[in-house]
Design a binder for this molecule. Structure first.
Ligand SMILES: CCCCCCCC(=O)SCCNC(=O)CCNC(=O)[C@H](O)C(C)(C)COP(=O)(O)OP(=O)(O)OC[C@H]1O[C@@H](n2cnc3c(N)ncnc32)[C@H](O)[C@@H]1OP(=O)(O)O
Length: 154
């Protein structure tokens, strides 16, 4: 067991992503964890991440949160599928090949954002991840991401 997040196990060379890189000081530095078969991430938007009308969260950043949490989930799911626990070996890096977002309801600012992901499919280098983004116990957006594992030489 570890209380470290998936992103804490990215090798340094893959730890600079704006959304999830622990080495990007100006980035969001989101943190993702297992909760049984699901992965979870909690994030509270900074007040300046306002969307098209006051008091609501910017959709582009909603997409970023779903994207980066999905990428981390794919990496952790691959490790788990290969029979390893977090920390037993470095995580492989997955990048986004495709990302579809449905914005279901406006997302309020100043509230904790809950992201929950499930792996729908693992096929060789490709992992499909489904994610919900909730605030105040209501699902505000859903995403489906196709994540592809980078070859070792990239
Ligand atoms: C280096 C660290 C970067 C950190 C990034 C952090 C997370 C991000 O924000 S990623 C940024 C945005 N994403 C990118 O820049 C990725 C750019 N794209 C690429 O590099 C390539 O297209 C890449 C790696 C995704 C796929 O290329 P390649 O390795 O040639 O994959 P390929 O062998 O063709 O396909 C593998 C599987 O993925 C599927 N796939 C690939 N692209 C897509 C797509 N756009 N839509 C649906 N499926 C796709 C293929 O159909 C194939 O599936 P299957 O095995 O079932 O036939």
């Amino acid at each position: 067991m570890t209380d470290k997040a998936f992103q804490d196990f990215y090798p340094d060379e893959f730890a600079h992503c704006y959304g999830c890189g622990r080495l990007n000081e100006a980035g969001l530095q989101i943190k993702s964890y297992w909760d049984g078969e699901e992965s979870v991430c909690r994030y509270t938007p900074e007040p300046f991440f306002t969307g098209g009308f006051p008091g609501y969260f910017y959709g582009g950043l909603i997409s970023s949160l779903i994207d980066c949490h999905s990428a981390a989930t794919a990496s952790a799911a691959k490790l788990r599928a290969d029979g390893f626990a977090l920390g037993e070996k470095p995580l492989s890096r997955f990048v986004t090949a495709s990302l579809k977002i449905d914005f279901l309801k406006p997302t309020p600012m100043g509230k904790i954002i809950d992201l929950r992901s499930r792996v729908l499919e693992i096929k060789s280098r490709k992992i499909i991840v489904s994610t919900t983004l909730s605030a105040e116990d209501e699902i505000r957006a859903k995403g489906e991401a196709i994540m592809v594992q980078l070859p070792e030489n990239r």
